[in-house]
Design a protein around this ligand. Structure first.
Ligand SMILES: Cc1ncc(COP(=O)(O)O)c(C=O)c1O
Length: 533
């Protein structure tokens, strides 16, 4: 036990003001619990968090951590009075010890010094996706349904800027049979998925760190704000739409000080003003929304990166690539990016539910030299870093349960995505985007981006004709088998609609979704205008 405790201390990232030793925190929690009527037993703590007491909830977290297989809780404190709490903990411990004596594999946790793995398991069978029988496929009601949706029930084409259409293979991966999240077959899949992300983000530096965590794109903001920004530190937020406001709010939630550099609607902050801002003050990070999904405005990463490296080399470059990764040019190493965050449901072509983040070696070192502990528990790199490293090394680990089916789906989506060079994928998105934008112009419609050079390739934000509103046109499109999104930018939301053309919709022209959408828009607009006369 003593050597285990020592190794725990040795491995855990240390912050001067806080001890992360699970044992010491368990002890202090326990003495608090025994002197408090609020917190009667660890089970009580685990299941009924005391929201008004920071200490009590920290104690609950600590107990949860300490109950991991690597900490023999029953050996803990002979000096403490016997109570129902210790009884309960020793039950947990005994249960875990039994497993240790059997062939059950040791599971790494954020507090585990060892990096254990299993031999390849006999249940590591190759996965055969579930094939839907024809009876599962309802008769198509939409004559305009994409021709290739052979195993998916008929449905209108989802052409919003995320979530997007998924391939049959990705869809079938979502119906993967149940797997243990610490069993070797799933560990192998998760590990491979993390490695595939290095190719997606184009990083060959082994110090770059991928994270895949259950959550949505928003969780990426929390990961940045909780781990890389310390309370009181300044962050320059480049604003090209709604999502910068939200990112700034997230940073402020964790005590960071965001300064927004705002551009007029349809535009993005220009390099000279960014340079002036960087010279005025020391910023811990600059955040940029690669494609702001509310406006369809594209920001150019390479010139921004060059500017930051020239003017303020220590400043971290954080790219919100939720609506860009997999469809726009994003080269992590070449562009000297420190954090690229995205989500599963957009140009990657997976269902929603995963926050996907790549962090540079430099940013990980910034995290490791924090003076204060991370401002979040679930979003803490301290908790996730060893887990991600273990998974990538194909070793079972546990901090919080990953969504196994979604990880299988991401694995499939990434293999499809990477089956051709990333440059070819970007070029195809560009081609489809140019086509969409020229057809929109032919319909006499304007777009939000004020300059074609500012326009995203993954989506198009389209102003409606004067006097027409999204609730008038969107149902018409839906009736024609196409789903577009309404406006999102607060000031102009009622004046425009958004068309997402990324992932399989852009890559597989044989689906015919792009032309179907343009035809639907053309006839839908005519119907609304006719009805207004
Ligand atoms: C650019 C951008 N950032 C962040 C988000 C938030 O992602 P999520 O909705 O998956 O939480 C979105 C969502 O559309 C987005 O488009």
């Amino acid at each position: 036990m003593a050597s285990l405790t020592a190794s725990i201390h040795h491995k855990v990232l240390s912050f001067p003001s806080v001890s992360f030793s699970p044992l010491s925190r368990l002890n202090s929690c326990y003495s608090f619990a025994s002197s408090s009527s609020i917190c009667r037993s660890p089970a009580h703590l685990l299941h009924r968090q005391v929201h008004h007491s920071h200490f009590a909830s920290t104690a609950a977290q600590t107990l949860a951590k300490a109950a991991s297989p690597t900490v023999a809780v029953s050996n803990l404190a002979p000096s403490r009075p016997y109570s129902s709490a210790t009884t309960r903990l020793s039950l947990i411990s005994r249960h875990l010890n039994e497993h240790h004596q059997s062939s059950y594999p040791p599971i790494n946790t954020p507090y585990t010094a060892e990096r254990e793995s299993l031999p390849a398991s006999t249940d590591d069978l190759p996965y055969t996706p579930l094939q839907r029988s024809p009876s599962h496929v309802q008769k198509r009601q939409l004559s305009t349904s994409a021709s290739n949706m052979s195993t998916q029930p008929p449905h209108p084409s989802l052409l919003i800027p995320g979530p997007i259409e998924i391939t049959d293979e990705v869809s079938q991966s979502m119906s993967h049979y149940a797997q243990s999240h610490v069993g070797q077959p799933f560990v192998n899949t998760f590990g491979e998925t993390l490695t595939l992300l290095r190719d997606l983000f184009q990083t060959s530096n082994p110090g770059s760190q991928p994270f895949v965590i259950a959550g949505s794109g928003t969780l990426g903001w929390d990961l940045v704000a909780a781990n890389l920004i310390e309370p009181g530190e300044d962050v320059l937020v480049l604003h090209s739409g709604y999502f910068a406001d939200s990112f700034a709010e997230c940073i402020a939630t964790y005590g960071g000080k965001p300064t927004q550099l705002k551009a007029p609607i349809g535009d993005r902050p220009q390099l000279p003003e960014i340079e002036a801002a960087l010279k005025e003050k020391k910023y811990k990070a600059v955040t940029v929304t690669h494609v702001d999904t509310s406006t369809g405005v594209l920001s150019h990463i390479q010139p921004l990166s060059d500017l930051i490296r020239r003017v303020s080399p220590d400043t971290l470059l954080v790219v919100d690539g939720v609506c860009s990764v997999g469809g726009e040019e994003l080269y992590f190493d070449k562009m000297s990016i420190d954090v690229a965050l995205t989500a599963s449901q957009k140009a990657i072509g997976c269902p929603p539910g995963l926050s996907i983040v790549m962090v540079s070696e430099k940013a990980m070192n910034v995290f490791k030299s924090r003076k204060s502990p991370p401002g979040s528990y679930y979003a803490s790199f301290k908790n996730w870093l060893p887990i991600m490293q273990n998974y990538e090394a194909k070793k079972p680990s546990y901090f919080a349960t990953p969504p196994t089916q979604l990880v299988n789906a991401l694995n499939t989506a990434l293999k499809q995505l990477l089956s051709q060079p990333i440059e070819a994928r970007i070029a195809q998105h560009h081609k489809i985007s140019q086509y969409v934008k020229s057809e929109i112009t032919k319909l006499g419609l304007k777009q939000l981006p004020t300059d074609p050079a500012n326009a995203a390739n993954t989506m198009t934000a389209i102003y409606l004709p004067e006097g027409m509103t999204p609730p008038e046109i969107l149902p018409k499109l839906m009736a024609k088998g196409v789903i577009f999104a309404g406006g999102l930018h607060r000031e102009i939301a009622t004046r425009y609609i958004r068309f997402g053309h990324m992932g399989v919709t852009a890559m597989d022209e044989s689906r015919g979704e792009i032309d179907k959408a343009i035809e639907a828009l053309k006839s839908g607009l005519a119907e609304v205008e006719k009805a207004k006369k």
